[in-house]
Design a binder for this molecule. Sequence first.
Ligand SMILES: [Zn+2]
Ligand SMILES: [Zn+2]
Ligand SMILES: [Zn+2]
Length: 310
Amino acid sequence: MNEIRRDYLLDRYVIVAENRGKRPYDYIQKAPPAKEKEGTCVFCPGNEHLTPPETGRIGGKGSKWLARAFYNKYPAVSPEFPKALGRHEVLVETPKHVAKMAALPEEQIAIGLELYAKRVHELYAEKGVACALIFKNEGAAAGISLTHTHSQLIALASAPRLVAEELKQYGEYRRKEKACPYCEVAEREGKSARKAFENEEFLAIAPYASRTPFELLILPKSHLANITELGEEERLLLARILKKSLARLDKMLNGPAFNYYLHIQPKGKDFHFHMELLPRLAIWAGFELGSGMYINPVAPEAAAKAYRGD
Ligand SMILES: [Zn+2]
Ligand SMILES: [Zn+2]
Ligand SMILES: [Zn+2]
């Protein structure tokens, strides 16, 4: 039976519509993987001079970096745009020329996460930056234009709408219930049929009101406001659950395109950071665009089960 579900915090609704006759494995991608563009990869070591100025790195000098950040060549926002102020950077998580994040060893993913944290830490020390959003587009349907895996960071003078709404609901819940809603989600959903994976510190769940088939929410079990609060060991645990989620998604559905993004605390605010991973499987059409609601033909419980492989 179909069911209208509300997001944990936001006024956002999803119609879980399993009656559309789709089974989880109907989403296996048939298209061959996108062809590699010919020519020099500007993200590879040795080509540092071909990128815009560097903003940060993990690793050694010259071409000996392990992860590297630089300005986006075609920024959406910039300190040079008086009417669109902000920062727009590219974060390359690996010197290795691979298209898929899931193909990296977890130690390398952890280095990528270290770069995320470093850039957030440094940007939050600057004036005019209030909130950073880090996101990854992987696969043609997710808007990728280069094949060397990478993410982007956009920092703005105020929190973007989704983060601002989560923060507002978070604050209201805290005041009313004297508890963190995300800590409670972790506690409750970690025991539910929507749990996909967990380790000592992190949990990956198919959210109750998933917008797309196989959406995942990855969140720390501890109350942590920002990725900058993770120590080396915790970063490795986040890398581990992220790799597991991505590798399973890749294998299960034959390398679908996806987006993920990090929701972290805007500067100086309390929050519970998390990652949201959305495979690009749903076709959002007139209804979604016109209503702000989503129709998801795969129940999150079925998605979690498929992730677990049981
Ligand atoms: Zn490359
Ligand atoms: Zn919390
Ligand atoms: Zn969020």
